[in-house]
Design a protein around this ligand. Structure first.
Ligand code: TXA
Ligand code: MG
Length: 359
């Protein structure tokens, strides 16, 4: 199949392209489109055959449910069985935006869309192209991130092309996304609302609006006893091809440790990648040293994470060492994704000593 790519700078000027994309959705086919978090791979959420095509194109396990994207709060009434009162309060504050809420579903949403679950994940994206596509198609759009299963989520249309060219008919290219990490997921079917995936909207931001919120214990630790409630969180997503190890500690210790490890690896003929920051990049001696941005700007760190992991795949390194990014707000989401990419391998740097731990 030929994959067309339409550049959309302005939805009004590009109205005919949005109309073509909407028609493709109505015809049971797939369209990749930008959202403010990452690119999504969309299909008509109420059509089981269309939803099934998403799993085939991505190579996604069929038990991993999709997020349904809507363009108005009232759309929820069509697809949920019960609407908890927190939903309206959260929507007023955070929609359109990077927050996904989980509800009990009704029969209008097929099990193909929810991976067999009786609940449905819903969000209203804050991106003009995404909203225009939903409105023009007259459909609710089921969309996971538009990467091949197991690859980092796409933050540029080029990433979607890398993974899905030949498998889908159309990519809408809206340039680089704004946030770069997938939405926060909150489960409102629990008695106390529970975060199933951390994102740009933090626990504190949610608690200011609806009171106590829990975090799914299954996502905090690499602990086989606690199984994540969001099926997608159990897969080792976001994994670069090379082995990735995170080095934590004081800045000078981390630089020293990474350089010592780099020298050891290079002596064995291995190519080393390093994820540093604008402040530390010049100190590293790896073969491919990339800055994720300035440590002072956590939004930029979040935005560059997936792009950087893809650059290492293209750069043919055998091993990657990364600094830690426990930044104040979106830091929990950044570290959640980085730890998964690293299979939770963290090395604590202390002077020239070091200790490995699995967290
Ligand atoms: O920012 C985002 O959320 C992006 C953009 C495209 O909207 N989408 C996204 O979708 O990240 P995806 O499929 O890559 O991740 C969806 C996550 C998965 O971990 C899935 O298991 C979980 O949401 N999920 C979906 N429906 C669920 C449900 N009913 N119960 C529990 N987890 C659910
Ligand atoms: Mg994904």
């Amino acid at each position: 199949m030929e994959t067309r790519i339409y550049k959309i700078d302005d939805c009004t000027v590009c109205h005919d392209k949005i109309c073509q994309a909407a028609e493709i959705i109505q015809q049971e086919e797939l369209v990749a489109f930008p959202t403010e978090t990452v690119y999504g791979l969309g299909a008509d959420a109420k059509n089981p055959k269309a939803a099934a095509k998403i799993y085939a194109a991505k190579g996604r396990p069929s038990d991993n449910p999709l997020i349904v994207h809507i363009a108005g709060f009232e759309d929820l009434f069509q697809i949920v069985e019960t609407l908890p009162e927190q939903a309206k309060v959260l929507a007023d504050k955070f929609w359109p935006g990077p927050l996904t809420m989980i509800f009990k579903k009704n029969q209008n949403i097929p099990y193909e869309t929810t991976g067999g679950l009786d609940t449905v994940a819903v969000r209203m994206p804050n991106h003009p192209v995404a909203l225009a596509l939903i409105r023009e198609s007259g459909c609710m759009i089921a969309a996971p991130s538009a990467n091949a299963s197991g690859r980092p989520s796409p933050t540029l249309a080029e990433h979607v092309k890398e993974d899905l060219e030949g498998k889908i008919p159309l990519i809408l290219d809206g340039g680089e996304v704004g946030i770069g990490i997938e939405s926060t997921i909150i489960d409102l079917t629990e008695e106390i609302p529970m975060i199933l995936r951390p994102g740009y909207i933090t626990k504190e931001m949610l608690e200011r609006v609806i009171g106590t919120v829990k975090i799914d214990p299954g996502i905090l630790q690499q602990d086989s006893l606690a199984r994540p409630k969001a099926p997608g969180m159990k897969y080792r997503h976001y994994a670069p091809k090379a082995e990735l190890m995170i080095v934590d500690g004081d800045r000078a210790d981390v630089i020293e440790k990474i350089n010592a490890l780099t020298a050891e690896m290079q002596a064995c003929g291995r190519r080393v990648g390093v994820i540093g920051t604008d402040e530390t990049k010049i100190y590293y001696r790896g073969d491919l040293v990339l800055s994720i941005g300035s440590r002072a700007d956590e939004d930029v760190i979040a935005k560059h994470l997936y792009k950087i992991l893809r650059e290492f795949d293209a750069g043919n390194v055998n091993v990657i060492y990364s600094e830690c990014f426990h930044t104040p707000n979106i830091g929990q989401a950044i570290m959640n994704r980085l730890l998964k990419a690293a299979g939770h391998h963290v090395l604590i740097a202390k002077g020239n000593q070091g200790e490995t731990k699995i967290v």
